[in-house]
Design a protein around this ligand. Sequence first.
Ligand SMILES: [Zn+2]
Length: 254
Amino acid sequence: MYDSHNHLQDNRFDGIRDKVIEEMRASGIIKCVINGTCPDDWKKVTALAHQYPDFIIPSFGLHPWREITHDWEQKIIHWLNLFPNACIGECGIDHRIKKYDIELQQQVFLAQLRLATERNLPLSIHCVNGWGCLVELMESNPLPARGFLLHCYGGSKELVPRLKKLGAYFSFNGYFLHEKKHKIREAFASVPPERLLLETDAPNMYPPTKATSYYLVNGASHPANLPAVHRQVSKFLDTKKTSENFHTFFLQRD
Ligand SMILES: [Zn+2]
């Protein structure tokens, strides 16, 4: 089993990270993708990628909530050049929080989309309240040949075929197992099995107790719950291809 999207570099894991990784492995997780969200984060992601080369796939992105520094692009290129197995993300479009400059947010996203396309790298996209904008951008720009990942997909059921046509993979998060998230579970029912992935986004996004076997004292979401999430998801989605999809999308390189 593979965790397509988490944030093991997050300081909520400080002091317990090695134990958490041990528990992930013991629970049956083979590899995971760690998403840095800003330049300070990227350094932490690289340290972990060096420490656990067989387990961690590093991903570098400038998240729409993060500060846009003048040299972010130069720095991301530096890290991408050093890690041939790296991915780009987490990046994306977020219209929920009004204080951001939407125009600038789009430019930063497009710069990362361009990098992923030029290098054909796996791209992990965050999108909140900006689906119209994201689809428009994806339909009017060159895209990575391998496709792209809509992490924690929260768009409508109707958008799934349009996004699929563009090359999208959709990752299901354990949080969607909460009773109230029935609409998104319905949207996932129209995701083809060959485009489905699983993720934790840990330490964020809690699965309900029925899919929780590991708890952390600091209240963070434990990524080793993924197999428990998988067991629940398999009751209503065809998850047989999720490991193969992980290989195709993240591990097959040019
Ligand atoms: Zn994330």
